[in-house]
Design a protein around this ligand. Sequence first.
Ligand code: GAP
Length: 401
Amino acid sequence: MQCRDKSEDNKNIVREREDVVGLDAAILMHPDVWVASGHVGGFTDPLVQCQGECKERFRADTLDGEACPKCGGKLGEARQFNLMFKTFMGPVEDDAAQIWLRPETAQGIFVNFENVLNSSRKKLPFGIAQIGKSFRNEITPGNFIFRTREFEQMEMEYFCHPDEAEKWFEYWVEFSMGFFTRFGIRKEMLRLREHTDDERPHYATRATDIEYRFSFGWSELETINHRGDHDLKAHSEKSGKDLSYFDEQTRERFIPHVVEPAMGADRTLLALLADAYDEEEGEKEIRTVLRLHPEIAPVTVAVLPLSKKDTLVPTAKRVHEILSKSWNAQYDDTQSIGRRYRRQDEVGTPLCVTVDFKTVEEDDAVTIRHRDTMEQIRVPIENLAAAVGDQLEAIRKDVTS
Ligand code: GAP
């Protein structure tokens, strides 16, 4: 286990909150962890195989009819297929050495609950969050990066008193919605959907999905699960280690209940890209622009000398050096200025700073070009960092309004 400091990659959940700590748990754990959690017994999808020509395999719960959607052949009986990947620990490949790749980051949090409680000295309610790879042997991966077999999860287990779990469930649903709109996803592209009894995962007593309207239809972006005491109780029973919590104020001992916002980084990225993508009718051509929130944009500000001439390059490099102290700044002097603007629009760079001949010959000022409005303002280099900061703030407000 590695307890992470309030690091950059967990900024909105960990760094900005007093009641959440970050964790980086192991991917490979003792196989009993997955027996206790119920994944060995219950983490399955129903699989059917075409008995006709194509012999294709499908997830039974995604099919409408009883015939193969590919060749029209008869489908066989559905059987439960465990989604966990098997591997072996050590040099001997026998049953005793068989382990699993984690299908969710959450279990690493539960088995470290006591470690974190003792080392962080947190009191309930508090959360443990982590970002990391999970692996599922999906029957039908696809829709770009929507469903893959190796993906990045951002999960948080929020431990609380059983009487407060419903309250925290509502809180984290609302918080999670706000997380997406905060980074510019339009409200009308998001909706909540409560799981029905037969689709809820084996560990949850209640589950709500936040769905995004992808090009292939409304689909899950994040699930908020009410896991009750399922996991801590199961690990206590399997390991013989008491994972109950003693509240010193009320003198009460109980197994905390858990509310879990479980988000996929890849799906979030897909939604952010889909939501930001725009094509704008120009006079001569269509302008493709990614209207990304400045905190998401891979390049925050591009520095573009009007030409590659020696007269401009040193000043442009100086400007790049100033800006790269605070932001992801990219220097680019290849091809025409028009093409470079288009390239930056396509990757969602909020601002471009142009260094021209007037800069070096007359005013030691540069032009800032705004991605969304394409408006340009002239700013002295000595005020540039402050001006870029102001412009980014304006774009941030615009993207989330
Ligand atoms: N710990 C609870 C849990 O894992 P989940 O609904 O199975 O819940 C949480 O997964 C999130 O992880 C999903 O909402 C989705 O964003 C992401 N996710 C799950 N399976 C995925 C896959 N095969 N490919 C990409 N992302 C996936």
